[in-house]
Write a protein that binds this ligand. Structure first.
Ligand code: PLP
Length: 357
């Protein structure tokens, strides 16, 4: 066995996809499964095909092409607002794209007309998280331009919260989206088919009947892959949790003073690793690093291990409080959050181990 390795629980991911679809269905919401978290891995993607998911979204055209080549026939949504430069190629493979810029819409329209195709557009509105999306006051202007373009159909409006600033989806901001939809329909005498109200974190609003009856699409990644909702700090109790787990090998195990020693770089602050002086502590280093994982998102399965940090290729831990005895050459297992999973799936140095149990 090569280390580090990521154990991927395929059947649990498939179960989660089915459960999430059913849960949203009960609220008359169509699930768009967000599959950007596993670097286009076709064995993981197959879980979504087996669960008969009819709408998926990815940020990377490279991955999208692979899904089509694997025979996926459902809706493919371009999840990241596209680059103008990729649209000529992208429109061959996608059905739908999120949009926030008129230049991008024009590039999409041009490419679609050339292919004699119609691409559905969901205009992204920034409701406060300050990542992608037009500000509300500019929504009508953008919508008016998109409606005029051949090759595009204005299919919906959407938003994304939580991912940059960490703004929570709530009744107030979600109701705004519903209000904008109605305004657009009135102003342009059109029907807006979809309100794509958000991501995993937005599912917390589902027990609010008023919202649930207006929202009809959610784009869900984390909930399916990990069974977690990190923004609302909760686990879905009907889903399987942490379906990607990392195993890494210990390459050094020694008692060391907890504090660094010597003149510190960067104006005396060093790399902000100054710890409180706890005297001698048992330290372990595992052979995995920033190139492979986001160490902030590693949760050791063993109690008594604290992840202190990482450099490119080393993961540094305090294992003083660990009850069981460990040795150099032993393997430690970690649950992973979304960003740790994302990086592990992308790293060519992390072996993938597919499990069905
Ligand atoms: C990543 C992403 C999602 C999915 O978010 P999760 O928290 O994983 O459910 C939805 N929408 C957009 C625009 C995204 O970039």
């Amino acid at each position: 066995m090569d280390f580090p390795v990521i154990d991927i629980y395929l059947n649990k991911i498939e179960e989660n996809a089915l459960q999430m679809k059913a849960m949203l269905n009960d609220n008359n919401i169509n699930l768009t499964a967000v599959v950007k978290g596993f670097a286009g891995d076709l064995k993981v993607f197959n879980c979504f095909q087996k669960a008969a998911i009819n709408s998926i979204a990815d940020s990377r055209l490279q991955n999208i092409k692979k899904y089509r080549a694997a025979g996926y026939q459902g809706e493919i949504m371009m999840l990241r607002i596209p680059m103008c430069s990729e649209l000529e190629e992208a429109v061959k493979y996608i059905d739908t794209t999120l949009i926030s810029e008129i230049e991008t819409a024009r590039a999409a329209a041009k490419a679609a007309v050339k292919l004699n195709k119609e691409i559905k557009v969901i205009i992204m509105v920034d409701l406060g998280d300050r990542r992608e999306g037009v500000l509300a006051e500019n929504l009508k202007e953008l919508a008016a331009e998109i409606i005029k373009l051949d090759g595009l159909k204005l299919d919906g409006i959407g938003t994304n919260l939580g991912c940059f600033a960490g703004v929570l989806p709530d009744e107030k901001n979600t109701k705004e989206l519903i209000k904008y939809k109605k305004e657009l329909e009135k102003e342009f005498s059109i029907k807006i088919n979809r309100i794509s109200a958000g991501n995993t974190a937005t599912t917390i609003l589902l027990n609010n009947n008023e919202l649930s009856s207006s929202i009809n699409n959610l784009r869900i990644g984390e909930g399916i892959l990990l069974g977690t909702d990190i923004i609302n700090e909760r686990l879905f109790n009907n889903l399987n949790h942490y379906n990607f787990r990392l195993r890494a090998e210990i390459i050094e195990l020694k008692a060391k003073p907890s504090n660094p020693e010597g003149e510190m770089a960067f104006g005396g602050k060093g790399r902000n690793q100054i710890l409180k002086d706890q005297g001698l502590r048992q330290r372990a280093i595992a052979a995995v690093g920033k190139q492979d994982i986001d160490y902030h998102g590693l949760y050791p399965l063993d109690k008594g291990i604290e992840v202190l940090g990482a450099s490119s290729d080393h993961l540094i831990m305090d294992v003083t409080d660990l009850k069981r005895k460990i040795a150099v050459g032993d393997i430690l297992t970690f649950k992973m959050n979304y960003s740790a999973m994302l990086r592990a799936m992308t790293s060519v140095y992390v072996k993938k181990n597919y499990l069905n149990k």
